[in-house]
Design a protein around this ligand. Structure first.
Ligand code: XMP
Length: 512
């Protein structure tokens, strides 16, 4: 059966992933394609039920702004243009887009809508989220006005005969009070979708597909204990059982109890064919005396590949190598990265050292929240499914300066106390990532009338949607006080505890 799908045609706006997620939340599969990577003919052949033109940072009159072939308007596929996407439709169809000094609108704006299928179930006046300078001053032929704000005469337009709609505001942003309803109306009433995208059916479908395709084949998976590789591994295990070999490299840079818990879950609970490689000494030797953050990251990334190479030589040739790539990785790898702030460590180098025929990426169509749903429906424990992100280089980038076993053990204890107290106060859902950093700063203190000269730790907790920007979490003072007194009381050598109140930017989430 052919699955319903919506095309999100990407013109460079900041909310494009959000648009696709909002569509999928309504149980319809959405895929994002940059406007310059898909032609009208390809769109016509792909069987989309509808197209959403995203926003974008440009003005349609800017010569370098992204444009699209107007033939898309004649395909007979319903279209919804959002912000720049709406202006682009107006421009392509012969309307006028203008810019006036007082036409900008940013933030929450009162919207008035008319009686239209797009606004069924939407209050006549409500709040919407705007972010634009240009506006549509004259509608193209065949279009009628369906919404306005005080400053924007054409905040919504429609060509009912062709099923083409445009809104100047952002229905995908939660600040637009009825945004979800409007998208629902577009998807179900205008595009005629039924909503056949369900995680449970995705899981069953994938397992059946891999069972057919991989029967009798040898499959290898690098397991980190993180959400993506764990879900990919369990899914593959359901399909091929013992033909899946998982290699878990314990680099000695994990948090307290973490390596054992990975082993317990995958070997004991899921009875998986797991090879745990104890490589702590290898990593610590390579990292000895190294204090420069980028060098640490590079060494860890390279050593990880070397360890994996050694293991894979022992295993011999495999047919498939599993990668836990998820949809945001796929989209991001399509766009050029301006400058490298940090070289993030991932398993990208493994294909070069493993003897395999083909890569399989069971999660490459899924967003993170969908990966979590798949994990839950596969029976993966909640604490693993909801695990906060943990960087590949692990605690090595949370011990500032040169690292050694002793410092790592100290940090592990401090970090565990912080996590225990966050859990005791049930604050896990109130912060997206929280951890401790061991600095190389010493300071004078006093304990039992005697002078001390101990180490300083930093507690960091951030609130964020996407980790590209982040704010520091306002943790309750009494929780911070408890964490501080436990750390100085229980961890030898730590005499000062500080809380990091820097957002990203200008800081980053991790200290190195
Ligand atoms: P930064 O420090 O860049 O971190 O603001 C943003 C998010 O990315 C995580 N992070 C990493 N994740 N490999 C990873 O898989 C890495 O090398 C790495 N470095 C940072 C960080 O924990 C935060 O969630």
């Amino acid at each position: 059966m052919l699955m319903e799908k919506i095309l999100v045609l990407d013109f460079g706006g900041q909310y494009n992933q959000l648009i696709a997620r909002r569509v999928r939340e309504q149980h319809i599969y959405a895929e994002i394609k940059p406007y310059n990577r898909i032609s009208v003919d390809e769109i016509a052949a792909a069987g989309y039920r509808g197209i959403i033109f995203t926003g974008g940072p440009n003005s349609v009159y800017d010569p370098v702004s992204p444009h699209y072939d107007p033939a898309v308007l004649a395909l007979g596929i319903p279209i919804l243009g959002i912000c720049y996407g709406c202006q682009l439709i107006a421009y392509m169809a012969g309307g006028t887009v203008a810019s006036a000094d007082n036409s900008s609108e940013y933030g929450k704006i009162e919207l008035t809508v008319g009686d239209d299928v797009l606004f069924c179930g939407v209050d006549r006046t409500s709040v919407c989220w705007m972010s634009h300078r240009d506006y549509i001053s004259a509608l193209p032929d065949g279009f009628v006005n369906i919404a306005c704000t005080a400053k924007c005469p054409n905040a919504g337009m429609a060509d009912h005969a062709r099923g083409i709609y445009g809104v100047q505001f952002h229905p995908e942003v939660t600040h637009t009070a009825f945004g979800r309803q409007m998208l629902h109306n577009f998807l179900y009433d205008i595009c005629g979708c039924c909503g056949d995208w369900r995680m449970d059916s995705f899981v069953e479908q994938k397992i059946a597909e891999y069972r057919r395709k991989l029967s009798g084949k040898k499959v290898l998976c690098a397991l980190s204990g993180g959400v993506d590789s764990s879900v990919a591994a369990v899914l593959l295990h359901r399909a091929v059982g013992d033909n899946l070999i998982c290699v878990f490299v314990d680099h000695g840079l994990l948090r307290e109890g973490e390596a054992d818990s990975v082993e317990r879950v995958f070997r004991d609970t899921f009875s998986m064919n797991l090879i745990r490689v104890d490589a702590e000494q290898r990593f610590l030797t390579k990292l000895s005396g190294v204090s420069e953050p980028e060098r640490k990251r590079k060494i860890i990334g390279e050593e990880f590949i070397r360890v994996f190479e050694d293991e894979s030589k022992k295993i011999g040739k495999v047919n498939y190598l599993v990668q836990g790539t998820i949809y945001p990785d796929v989209i991001e790898s399509g766009s050029g990265d301006a400058s490298t702030i940090k070289s993030h460590h991932n398993v990208g180098g493994l294909p070069g050292v493993v003897d395999f025929d083909e890569i399989i990426e069971p999660l490459r169509d899924l967003f993170k929240d969908e990966v979590r749903q798949v994990g839950l429906s596969l029976g993966i424990p909640e604490e693993l499914v909801w695990r906060q992100p943990f960087p590949g280089p692990g605690l090595a980038i949370r011990v500032i300066g040169a690292i050694d076993r002793d410092k790592l053990d100290t940090l592990r204890r401090v970090d565990a106390i912080f996590r225990e107290e966050i859990a005791a106060a049930s604050l896990q859902q109130d912060t997206n990532q929280y951890f401790a950093v061991l600095t190389d700063t010493r300071s004078v203190g006093v304990m039992g009338d005697a002078r001390t000269y101990g180490r300083t730790v930093v507690l960091r907790a951030v609130t964020t949607d996407d980790f590209m920007t982040a704010d520091w979490t306002r943790l309750p003072y009494d929780v911070l006080a408890r964490v501080s007194s436990r750390i100085t009381g229980e961890v030898a050598g730590i005499t000062r505890v500080t809380y990091d109140i820097t957002s990203k930017p200008p800081a980053t989430v991790e200290w190195e």
